[in-house]
Structure formats: structure tokens, C-alpha cells
Design a protein around this ligand. Structure first.
Ligand code: FAD
Ligand code: FES
Ligand code: MG
Length: 280
């Protein structure tokens, strides 16, 4: 059993947990994720390692309540326990000899962006960040990102904080101004990563993305997380989740994420006791 040591509500539907998991914390590196189950027989869900403390033996996860399991997870409090907390899974990210990096996080993508920027900052790399959300109340980890960045741009879709518009608008401006980076990291909804990588491609700047296909076992056995990168089939759980964004087939990823929509709707309707709402 894995104890929830701290719970913080970052936004109405976004929660942060610090979990007591010393064996996972001992090996965790930026770019990796865990798979948890709330209870025996429950659904397995992957969440990114948003931070880790090897000394304290803790892992931090940040999640948005989007369906049955994440909503159930959101009812837990400090002192409660999780049945399973498996990891670290996936490949750690590597940055060799970088001097200047731009990190872009949209929505929940800010959480997986943070450990990468933290590592780069600790290595003395000059970090610029652009973070955004639909509105000010949904913007997460602003102080953490600012603490590991030389410069931070904030954007909101509705203009309630920072620049009015998408993070990709600032990305375009910086590149058009002639800013140069050794690498750009873009993490967020697949459509943001698709548009972002289309913007960086003509500038020939290596662009890393982190993919979120549906995962089941997280160990390369089930094939659920299959993605196409550079025309080759990859399993995001063992080959990723970080990939060269200029090679990813985002259209296929977005299509595959829709596969279980009707089952997911049935599960959340049952969970909330609503049953079928098609005639309401
Ligand atoms: P459901 O109603 O079951 O599903 C809602 C949507 O979530 C689906 O349409 C699908 O897009 C996605 N999803 C559902 N099941 C899975 C699954 N088994 N694997 C992947 N996606 C799924 N979310 C966060 O909030 N914070 C994170 O740090 C985070 N990190 C992730 C890291 C990786 C490597 C991956 C693959 C996904 C990550 N996700 C993260 C997404 C998270 O796993 C899903 O939001 C969660 O599984 C939804 O479960 P649900 O039952 O609440 O919703
Ligand atoms: Fe099963 Fe990746 S989650 S192969
Ligand atoms: Mg689910």
C-alpha cells in the first residue's frame, strides 16, 4: 500500500498528491511515469512523475479529473492509501551539451514539463518557458516553473492572465524574432504538440514531445500505446513517452485516443449514478 502524504488542490479539477514510494523515488528520472491502481481490481492509469525526492522517498503526481478513475482519485485525502504504484516506467529524457532550451506546457502538460526544466536548470542551461491554460484558475505550477526558468511567458485562452491566446503564438513570435534554442520541449494536448512541432520544423530546431496514448500494462506487452514515429511502430510506454516531435503521426494518435469514448462515458455515467442521459 502506498500512502498519500500530502494533497493540494491546484485548481477546481486538478489535484497534486505527494506519495510515499521510496523504491520508485530512488530510481525516478525526468520523463518517466507511474501506473497506479486505487484498489485491487481497479483500473490502471498512467500519471507522469511531476517531481521526486530521493531523500524523502516521495513522488509527486498532478492529475486532472476527466473520468471515472481520476474523479475517484480526487476524492482521496492525505492519509489514504493506493493499492498499486508501479514505476518508474518509460525512458528518462537525456539532454547533452545544451546551453539554451525553450519549454512549452499547455494545460496539464505543465506537470510533465516541470521535471525536465528543473533538471536543465540544475545543469546550468538557460531556460525560457511558456506555460498556458484555458483560464487563470486552470494554470498550474506557475511558481515552480518560474523557479527553474530564466524567463517565463504566461498565456491563457480567455485572456484572464498573461497573454491572451495560445502558447504557440508566443512560440511563433520568439522564433520570428530570431531566438535560437538547442532544443524545444512541447507538452500538452496532442493538437498543441502537433501545431507546435509544425511551427518549429522550418527552423530545424530539435523538438521533443511527450505522448499520452492509452496505456494498459505499461511494459510493452499489450500494444495499447502503439504510436507511429518516423514511419515505425513504437510503444510509448517503453520507447517513450518522449519522442522527436517532427516524426510523430499526431493524427493517428488523436484518432486512437477516441477508441474507448463510449465505454468511458458509460463508466462515468454509472459512477455518477446518472445512467443514460441521452433523452435529458
Ligand atoms: P476516462 O473517462 O477513462 O478517460 C478519459 C480520457 O483519458 C480518455 O479519452 C483517454 O484520452 C484518456 N485515458 C483513459 N484511460 C487511459 C489510459 N489507461 N492511459 C492513458 N490515457 C487514458 N493525466 C494527468 O492528469 N496527469 C498526468 O500527469 C498524466 N500523465 C500521463 C502520462 C502518460 C505516459 C500517459 C499515457 C497518460 C497520462 N495522463 C495524465 C492521462 C491519464 O492517464 C488519463 O487522464 C486517465 O487515465 C483518465 O482516466 P479516467 O478513468 O479518469 O478517464
Ligand atoms: Fe501496453 Fe505500452 S501500455 S504496450
Ligand atoms: Mg478510465
Amino acid at each position: 500500500m502506498y500512502k498519500i502524504l500530502e494533497r493540494k488542490d491546484l485548481a477546481p479539477s486538478i489535484k497534486q498528491f505527494v506519495i510515499d514510494a521510496p523504491l520508485v523515488a530512488k530510481k525516478a528520472q525526468p520523463g518517466q511515469f507511474i501506473i497506479l491502481r486505487i484498489r485491487e481490481g481497479g483500473e490502471r492509469i498512467p500519471l507522469t512523475i511531476a517531481d521526486y525526492d530521493t531523500q524523502k522517498g516521495t513522488i509527486t503526481v498532478v492529475f486532472q479529473e476527466v473520468g471515472k478513475t481520476t474523479k475517484e482519485l480526487g476524492t482521496l485525502k492525505a492519509g489514504d492509501h493506493l493499492a498499486d504504484f508501479v514505476g518508474p516506467l518509460g525512458q528518462a529524457v537525456q539532454f547533452e551539451n545544451h546551453k539554451k532550451v525553450l519549454g512549452i506546457g499547455g494545460g496539464l502538460g505543465v506537470a510533465p514539463l516541470y521535471p525536465k526544466l528543473k533538471m536543465l536548470h540544475q545543469k546550468g542551461v538557460e531556460v525560457t518557458s511558456i506555460i498556458g491554460a484555458k483560464s487563470a484558475d486552470l494554470l498550474i505550477m506557475e511558481n515552480e516553473i518560474k523557479a527553474v526558468s530564466n524567463k517565463t511567458y504566461i498565456c491563457t485562452d480567455d485572456g484572464s492572465k498573461g497573454r491572451h491566446g495560445f502558447v504557440t503564438v508566443v512560440l511563433k513570435e520568439l522564433l520570428e524574432k530570431g531566438e535560437k534554442y538547442d532544443e524545444i520541449i512541447i507538452i500538452g494536448p496532442p493538437i498543441l504538440m502537433k501545431i507546435g512541432t509544425e511551427i518549429t520544423k522550418p527552423y530545424d530546431i530539435p523538438t521533443m514531445v511527450s505522448l499520452n496514448p492509452i496505456m494498459v500494462d505499461g511494459t510493452g506487452m499489450c500494444g495499447g500505446c502503439r504510436v507511429t514515429v518516423g514511419g515505425e511502430t513504437k510503444f510509448a510506454c517503453v520507447d517513450g513517452p518522449a519522442f522527436d516531435g517532427h516524426k510523430v503521426d499526431f493524427d493517428e494518435l488523436m484518432k486512437r485516443l477516441q477508441t474507448y469514448k463510449s465505454e468511458e462515458k458509460t463508466a462515468i455515467d454509472k459512477h455518477e449514478g446518472g445512467g443514460c442521459r441521452c433523452h435529458q
